[in-house]
Ligand binder design. Structure first.
Ligand code: SF4
Length: 352
């Protein structure tokens, strides 16, 4: 039986019902695809629904402030995705007359849109025959055909794209792609039940006993450790409690999000060394030789390429400290809970 006939029969029985399936609104499809990168479907679904409610059109998203978008994105990680969404929405409004690009190449010009996302929007919104290739598709196809090229490399992408371009249903590329992704996610899982698979009699990995060995993955780099020491200094004025937060800038994690004054070290600070560095930072940055501070235990926060070890230095000051440089924003407790912050800071704030 032809590949698509078999796959479609399976999809008719087991395909997933998702809020962004069966629609042809390119803006909604784009939002869903960007949210779902590096995110589980269950978690992504809530964010998707919140985004389309807050920004029902691309014009609404383009008009939103970066802070509004980041706040809504909070908890999803990879914040550059949110900044790129807003930048691309503004590009669509300013450069494309508010019209969503309707070609594969036009889609690739949107900030944050790569080959996978362009193929997804092109096929789901415009029924253009571009195959989507995500981790699930790599797994299924590499096993089915016994392909040992390390995945997620440029040459693997071209190899799988050429193969799937031959197989794709040119009339219904949207259905084909949805079925392909679902099959990889639900049937050809990391530990699959091959006895229930409609491709069992032609699967190369099964025939050669290599199901556990495919797909071949390029070795991952070990995450790098970083040690963050945050200064959560508070004071009261006319009965209201204040603190100071700073917006992260530069080409680093969490750009655009807010955090407390930060001292970063290239190793773990402990004992006298920690006390001395804290005192020095308080003196130099805040002109404040506050003796009554406490230091929390370590908060461990895992990112894909970084392990953050964070401790918070807490102090109640008699008055607002002088800050050098005089940047940052003075906020009430309530304001701290309404600006976009990294999940690590949010976790900390929730424990207070
Ligand atoms: S037989 Fe097993 S490994 Fe092969 S495609 Fe089916 S589920 Fe995947």
């Amino acid at each position: 039986m032809a590949f698509w006939t078999k796959l479609e029969a399976w999809y008719n029985d087991y395909g997933r019902t998702l809020p962004w399936r069966g629609i042809d609104n390119p803006y909604y499809i784009w939002l869903s695809e960007i949210i779902l990168q590096q995110t589980r479907i269950e978690q992504g679904r809530d964010y998707y629904l919140r985004f389309i409610e807050a920004f029902p059109t691309v014009a609404d998203l383009a008009a939103a402030s970066e802070e509004q978008v980041l706040r809504l994105w909070q908890g999803l990680g990879y914040y550059s995705r949110a900044r790129n969404l807003r930048a691309a929405a503004q590009y669509i409004m300013d450069e494309c007359g508010g019209r969503f690009p309707d070609t594969y190449d036009g889609l690739l010009r949107l900030k944050g849109v790569g080959r996978y996302t362009a193929a997804a929007i092109a096929s789901f919104a415009y029924r253009l025959p571009h195959p989507v290739i995500d981790g699930n598709v790599y797994r299924f196809i590499s096993r089915l055909r016994g392909i040992a090229t390390p995945i997620a490399t440029d040459s693997a992408y071209r190899e799988f794209e050429a193969l799937l371009t031959q197989l794709i249903d040119r009339e219904r590329p949207d259905r084909f792609n949805a079925a392909l992704m679902d099959f990889g996610a639900l049937q050809c899982r990391p530990q699959p039940d091959c006895t229930a698979c409609p491709f069992a009699d032609e699967c190369e990995a099964r025939r050669t006993g290599r199901v556990d060995m495919l797909p071949v993955k390029a070795p991952k780099a070990k995450p790098k450790d970083r040690w963050f020491y945050y200064f959560d200094l508070r004071w009261r004025k006319e009965g209201v409690r204040y603190g100071r937060m700073h917006r992260r800038t530069g080409n680093d994690i969490w750009k655009g999000l807010f955090e407390f004054g930060l001292m970063e070290s290239d190793h773990r600070l402990e004992g006298d060394e920690l006390q001395n560095e804290v005192w020095r930072f308080l003196d130099i940055t805040y002109s404040c030789q506050e003796a009554g501070y406490t230091i929390t235990d370590e908060y461990l926060h895992q990112l894909t390429h970084r392990t953050i070890h964070a401790r918070f230095i807490q102090a109640e000051l008699p008055e607002e400290p002088v800050s050098h440089p005089a940047d940052g924003m003075i906020m009430t407790d309530r304001q701290m809970n309404s600006v976009p912050v990294p999940r690590l800071i949010d976790k900390y704030l929730q424990t207070l």
